[in-house]
Design a protein around this ligand. Structure first.
Ligand SMILES: Nc1ncnc2c1ncn2[C@@H]1O[C@H](COP(=O)(O)OP(=O)(O)OP(=O)(O)O)[C@@H](O)[C@H]1O
Ligand SMILES: [Mg+2]
Length: 275
């Protein structure tokens, strides 16, 4: 059975002239790492937020483990581009926060509380944050804050991790480290990861499959299988398979984006300058 089923999903925002999502259908396997790319406005975030239960589709069905999605749940954790940490909590408190929310809703024993503290410690170590557990978010660099946000998302051992351009604001070196870290977490924790990015190289390096979406209306254009071994290493980025797929996807994004080539735009611009 698929972990996530998207069946003929449509989404039209109030007052919008086109569908943000038009007849999107897709099955995502348990423990799959699937990445989404596509021109700006093609509905990547909308689809992710709908799976996360933050938006509701206009038509169609969205299922997790065969059951319809009704709002957010602890089985699905989200990480956004902008680190959404609570500034009044320390790093450690931020990481433990979601767990504490669950403790209020379910009856938890002191053994559970201890296990949660152990998991928070392990996540702090894994993310290289042991030294800053008692620091405040505003004392950390952007890359560190994003690692805290990821640790917090992992704290509740979610079945599904929904990530919307989580590394978009990081520098290239930090991003490489984060890629290997998230692949490691994926192997270790067996989560199903749905990952949105505008960086095609990132999409190929991380994904087992890549979904390319097209805008106006937002829809699935092409699904690519990534022809790389399950265990990824940085040197694969230079392999012919990797580079060929990157070229194919970049070309297709450009074709579907509806944007004119730079040359045409420049010619137009120079004509207006003469008026
Ligand atoms: N809350 C909203 N209200 C109205 N329209 C929205 C809303 N959120 C998104 N849209 C519209 O839905 C379409 C899809 O937007 P979405 O944010 O999902 O695109 P995206 O693929 O994530 O783009 P980007 O790569 O720029 O992040 C766009 O046309 C956008 O303007
Ligand atoms: Mg987006």
């Amino acid at each position: 059975m698929n972990k996530i089923d998207v069946r003929h999903v449509f989404k039209r925002f109030d007052g919008a002239a086109t569908d943000a999502l038009q007849d999107v259908s897709l099955g995502i396997q348990p423990n799959e790492f699937i990445t989404f790319v596509g021109a700006s406005g093609c509905g990547k975030s909308t689809l992710l937020r709908t799976i996360g239960g933050l938006e509701h589709q206009t038509a169609g069905e969205l299922l997790v483990d065969g059951a319809a999605i009704h709002g957010p749940g602890p089985d699905r954790a989200m990480v956004f581009q902008h680190y959404s940490l609570y500034p009044w909590m320390t790093v450690r408190e931020n990481i433990k926060f979601c767990r504490q929310l669950q403790a209020h809703t379910r009856d938890r024993s002191s053994a559970d509380v201890e296990a949660a503290a152990g998991r928070a410690d392990a996540l702090l170590r894994l993310m290289g944050l042991s030294q800053v557990g008692e620091a405040w978010p505003n004392q950390l660099s952007g890359g560190m804050q994003q690692r805290v946000a990821i640790a917090r998302a992992l704290m509740g051992r979610p079945d599904i991790l929904l990530m919307d351009e989580p590394f978009g604001a990081l520098d290239a070196q930090t991003r490489e480290v984060m890629h290997d870290l998230i692949l490691h977490v994926h192997r270790l924790e067996k989560a199903t990861i749905v990952f949105v990015t505008h960086d095609v190289e990132e999409a190929i390096y991380l994904g087992q499959r890549i979904v390319l979406m097209a805008p106006r209306p937002g829809r699935v254009d092409t699904i690519y299988d990534v022809p790389l071994p399950a265990e990824r290493t940085q040197d694969m980025k230079h392999s012919p398979e990797f580079l060929a797929l990157k070229r194919t996807i970049l070309d297709r994004i450009r074709e579907t984006s509806g944007m004119k080539t730079d040359l045409e735009l420049l010619e137009q611009l120079s004509r207006t300058a003469q008026v």
